[in-house]
Design a protein around this ligand. Structure first.
Ligand code: ADP
Ligand code: ZN
Ligand code: ZN
Length: 763
C-alpha cells in the first residue's frame, strides 16, 4: 500500500499498538509521511491496523531513517495522524517501559499507557492562553500613543529567549492598569499573538512545619556521611534499616536537600495515600523554597495533569507519590536521588498487568538515571535484606536506636490460649492485660491505637448446632461471607463477600438443619461496638479507620488529623493505622489478633506477621512517658511474634532467609507464578495441566516447575483459579525461560492467564 494519501514516506517508526496483543515485542513498522514529520519516540499516533486498516492508537517506540528491510518499502503502511493533545513520554520512560514489558511479561503498548496518567493523555484541564511577541515585520506608518510606545519598548527590551510573554506579564512590566493599550497594539499588528495550550501549575497548599532541623545523632551522622558522597557518583543502591522513629525520614530530608541544591530533582515513593499527608507536610515544611509535586490516586483529573506537567517541565524539585510516581516524567539528567520509603510494603506491587514492583522499577530507573536510590524500612523485605547482606548489590546502613526524645515501648505478648481456656464459651476480644492497660492509659490521659486486621463485624456466619458444619459462603467465591452492621451500635446488618463485594441478607436459620445461625469471630466493627459500649468516652473521641469508613481520602485525612491533634483518644482499625502515624500522645498500642497473617498459606506469612507487629508497636513511644504495646496471639512461641516483640529484626531475617534457602523459595530463588482462570473447575484444571505440559517440554534443568494445582482461593467472582510456579536460581535464568515461553506463545498475559513475576502474594 502506498499510503492513504499517496505521499512519499520520509522515515520509519516502530510502534506498539495500545490495546495490544503480545505478539510484536519490537513493534510494528510504519512509514512517516512528510506532513507528519518529525515524529519522536514516546508519541501517540494513529495507524491503520490489519487487513481492514482499522485506525488504531499506538505508541512510537523508536524511529529510523531506513526501512526495516530494504525490500519491503512498498508494503509499509503509513501513519494516519499524530495525537496532538497528548504529551509525549520522554525517551527514558519509553526504555523503562520496554524493560517492564520484557521483565514482567506485559505487552508493551498497555505498559506505556500505564505510565501516562489518563488525564494527561486526554489533556484534561488544558487551557489556551495568548502569548505576545514583537512581529518580524511591524507596520510602518500607523500612529501610536506614548503609552503604547512604552509597552513596545518594554517587550522589545526583553531578551529573545524570554519572549513570547503572557498578557499579564507584559501589563506588569509596562505598569499598565488595563489591557487596552496591548489590545490596540495587537489589533494594528504591532504585537504578534501566539495561542498556546498549557496546564497551569497549581501547587498544593503548604502546612509549613516550622520544626528546626535537629542536630543529627552520631548514628544518623554516620549514615549521612556514608550515603551523601554517593550523590555525585552515579548509580548506587542503599538499604536504610532503621527502627521506627530512628530518623529515617530525617535522613531522606538531608539527602534530598543535598541532592537538589543545584537544580537536581528527587523522587520520593511512599506506599499508600494514607502516608502521604504527614510525609508531604514534613517535606514541604522543610523545603520552603522548593516545589513539591504530589502524585496519588485521590487527586482530581485536572490536578493529576497539573502535577504531572510540573514534574515534566522541571518546575517541581521533589515529586512525592505512591507506586506510579516512579513514572514521574522528571528530566532524566536532573534526577539526582530516588527514595523508597517503607520499601517492604506490598502495595508497591501492582496486582494487575503490568504487574510491576514499584521498588524494583525505581531501582532500574535510578540505574539508568545514574543516581543513588535509598530503600528505607524498619522491617526490610527479605529481598532487600538478601541483596544487602548476601549478594552485596546494595549497601546496608543501620539506625539501631530511636531518635532523642523517643522512648522504646515495652512490648508484652499475651497468650490468648489461656484467655480462651478461662472463657468457657465466648472468647473475649480483650485479654485482661489489654483491658487493664486501656484503663491505665485512659486514666493517665494517653491515646490508644488498637489494631485488628479484619473488617466487618463478624468474619463468619455459622450454624449454632454442634452437629452441623454449615457456614455461610459466597455463591461466587470460595470464601466465607462477612457480617457487617449498617451502623456501629445498631443490630441491622447484611453479609458481604470480601472478594467479589456481593451482598446478601443474613439467613434466619441454617439452610441445612433449620437451627438458628450465629456470628463468630470479631472484626473492626465489633471492636468498635465493644469500645463504645464499655469505655466512658464521648462518641467523637473514638474512631474507626478501615476501607469501609475511609471511602474517600478526605475522610481518612480528617480522622488522622483529629487523632494527631489529640481529639481522638481511641483509634482502632486495620493495618491502615499500622503505618506512618507519628503521634506523640500514643501511650498504648494493642494488637487484638497478631495471627491474622500467620496462618495464611503463603510462604511470606511469617515475614508479614513480623512486619505488622513491629510496625504497629513502633507507633507508640514517640512522646515522653511510658509507652506499652500488647500483642494478643494464639501463637505466643512463633518466632515472628517473639522476635518482633524483642525488636530483633536481624535475628528474624537470618532465620527466615535460612528457611527460604532450605526450601528453595525467594529471595534465594526467583519465581514466576502463573494463575490460570476459567469458568468451570474442569476447564480450568485442563488448561492449567496443558500449560504445565507445554512448559515442561521447554524447561531447562536449572528451573523448577511445580505441577498445576487449585489456588488457595479456588474461585473468585465465578472464575476458577489454578496456579503453577517456575523458580530459577537467578533472575537471568528465569527471564530467559519466560522469554522463550513467550516467544512460542505458550504464555501471554490476559484475562485467562495472569503471569506474575516476583509475586508478593500466593493466594
Ligand atoms: P522514622 O522515619 O525512622 O520513623 P523520623 O525521621 O520520623 O523517624 O524521626 C522520628 C522523630 O524524631 C521525628 O519527630 C523527628 O523529627 C525526630 N528526630 C529525628 N532525628 C532527630 C534528632 N537527631 N534529634 C532530635 N529529634 C530527631
Ligand atoms: Zn464473592
Ligand atoms: Zn445447621
Amino acid at each position: 500500500m502506498a499510503g492513504l494519501f499517496d505521499e512519499p514516506t520520509i522515515s520509519y517508526v516502530q510502534v506498539a499498538v495500545e490495546r495490544a496483543v503480545d505478539r510484536y515485542p519490537n513493534g510494528l513498522t510504519y512509514g512517516v509521511p512528510e506532513r507528519l514529520a518529525p515524529i519522536e519516540a514516546g508519541q501517540l499516533v494513529t495507524v491503520p491496523l490489519g487487513r481492514g486498516n482499522t485506525p488504531t492508537e499506538a505508541w512510537v517506540l523508536s524511529t529510523s531513517d531506513n526501512p526495516p528491510t530494504p525490500s519491503d518499502t512498498k508494503e509499509t503502511k503509513q501513519i494516519i495522524s499524530k495525537n496532538a493533545e497528548t504529551v509525549s513520554l520522554p525517551n527514558d520512560l519509553v526504555s523503562l517501559a520496554s524493560w517492564i514489558s520484557s521483565y514482567y511479561c506485559s505487552a508493551i503498548g498497555p505498559t506505556l499507557s500505564t505510565m501516562l496518567p489518563g488525564p494527561v493523555r486526554k489533556g484534561t484541564g488544558l487551557k489556551t492562553k495568548t502569548l505576545l511577541d514583537v512581529p518580524t515585520s511591524p507596520p510602518l506608518d500607523t500612529k501610536i500613543t506614548k503609552k503604547q510606545e512604552h509597552v513596545l519598548a518594554c517587550i522589545t527590551a526583553l531578551p529573545k529567549n524570554e519572549r513570547p510573554i503572557g498578557v499579564a506579564h507584559l501589563m506588569k512590566i509596562a505598569s499598565l492598569g488595563s489591557r487596552g493599550p496591548i489590545d490596540r497594539l495587537c489589533k494594528h499588528g504591532f504585537l504578534s499573538t501566539h495561542q498556546v495550550t498549557h496546564v497551569e501549575a497549581a501547587w498544593f497548599k503548604r502546612t509549613i512545619d516550622n520544626k528546626e532541623a535537629p542536630t543529627l545523632t552520631d548514628d544518623q551522622q554516620k549514615v549521612f556521611d556514608a550515603i551523601s558522597p554517593t550523590l555525585s557518583n552515579g548509580y548506587s543502591c542503599h538499604l536504610l534499616h532503621g527502627v521506627t522513629g530512628s530518623g529515617k525520614t530525617e535522613m531522606y530530608i538531608r539527602l534530598i536537600d543535598h541532592a537538589i541544591k543545584d537544580g537536581g530533582k528527587a523522587i520520593v515513593l511512599v506506599p499508600e495515600i494514607s502516608l502521604t499527608p504527614q510525609t508531604a507536610a514534613r517535606l514541604m515544611g522543610r523545603f520552603p523554597n522548593k516545589q513539591v509535586a504530589i502524585l496519588h490516586s485521590a487527586l482530581t483529573k485536572a490536578q493529576r495533569h497539573q502535577q504531572w506537567a510540573m514534574a515534566a517541565s522541571g518546575e517541581a524539585d521533589i515529586i512525592l507519590g505512591a507506586r506510579s510516581a516512579v513514572f514521574a516524567p522528571v528530566p532524566i539528567d536532573d534526577l539526582k536521588i530516588i527514595i523508597v520509603d517503607e520499601e517492604h510494603d506490598h502495595s508497591y506491587k501492582q496486582d494487575q498487568t503490568p504487574r510491576y514492583h514499584g521498588r524494583d522499577v525505581a531501582i532500574r530507573r535510578a540505574s539508568s538515571a545514574k543516581c543513588p536510590i535509598v530503600l528505607g524500612s524498619a522491617t526490610p523485605s527479605m529481598e532487600s535484606w538478601w541483596n544487602a547482606t548476601r549478594r552485596n548489590i546494595s549497601t546496608l546502613h543501620t539506625l539501631p536506636r530511636r531518635a532523642p526524645g523517643l522512648t522504646s515501648p515495652t512490648i508484652e505478648i499475651v497468650n490468648m490460649r489461656i484467655a480462651r481456656a478461662a472463657a468457657k464459651g465466648v472468647i473475649p476480644v480483650f485479654s485482661r492485660e489489654l483491658e487493664h492497660e486501656i484503663q491505665r492509659s485512659l486514666a493517665t490521659g494517653g491515646q490508644i491505637l488498637l489494631l485488628l486486621n479484619r473488617r466487618g463485624f463478624a468474619p463468619w456466619i455459622a450454624c449454632s448446632s454442634r452437629g452441623c458444619d454449615w457456614m455461610m459462603r459466597c455463591e461466587h467465591c470460595e470464601s466465607s461471607m462477612v457480617y457487617h452492621r449498617r451502623k456501629p451500635l445498631e443490630e441491622v446488618g447484611f453479609v458481604r463477600c470480601h472478594h467479589c463485594a456481593k451482598e446478601q441478607r443474613v439467613p434466619k436459620s441454617c439452610p441445612d438443619c433449620s437451627k438458628p445461625v450465629i456470628r463468630l469471630g470479631a472484626g473492626t466493627q465489633k471492636l468498635e461496638a465493644i469500645i463504645r459500649e464499655t469505655i466512658p468516652l464521648p462518641d467523637d473521641q473514638i474512631a474507626r479507620l478501615d476501607t469501609d469508613t475511609a471511602r474517600k481520602s478526605s475522610d481518612l485525612h480528617s480522622t488522622l488529623d483529629r487523632f494527631t491533634r489529640g481529639e481522638i483518644r481511641v483509634l482502632l482499625g486495620t493495618q491502615m493505622i499500622a503505618k506512618g502515624l507519628d503521634v506523640a500522645g500514643v501511650t498504648l498500642v494493642g494488637v487484638i489478633d497478631a495471627d491474622t497473617a500467620i496462618d495464611l498459606p503463603d510462604f511470606r506469612a511469617s515475614e508479614r506477621t513480623y512486619q505488622l507487629v513491629a510496625q504497629v508497636c513502633g507507633r507508640c513511644g514517640r512522646g515522653s512517658g511510658n509507652a506499652k504495646a500488647i500483642v494478643q496471639t494464639y501463637n505466643p512461641e512463633a518466632p515472628a511474634i517473639v522476635l518482633a516483640a524483642q525488636n530483633k529484626y536481624e535475628e528474624f531475617a537470618s532465620r527466615e532467609l535460612q528457611l527460604r534457602q532450605e526450601t528453595g523459595l525467594p529471595p534465594s530463588t526467583r519465581m514466576a507464578r502463573f494463575v490460570i482462570r476459567d469458568d468451570t473447575f474442569e476447564v480450568t484444571a485442563g488448561r492449567a495441566n496443558a500449560l504445565y505440559e507445554r512448559l515442561m517440554s521447554i524447561v531447562p534443568p536449572a528451573i523448577q516447575l511445580t505441577a498445576a494445582a487449585p489456588c488457595v482461593l479456588t474461585r473468585i467472582a465465578d472464575r476458577y483459579r489454578f496456579d503453577l510456579t517456575a523458580s530459577a536460581p537467578t533472575a537471568r535464568e528465569l527471564q530467559h525461560f519466560l522469554g522463550d515461553a513467550r516467544g512460542r506463545q505458550y504464555i501471554t498475559n490476559n484475562r485467562d492467564l495472569a503471569i506474575d513475576v516476583d509475586p508478593v502474594s500466593m493466594l
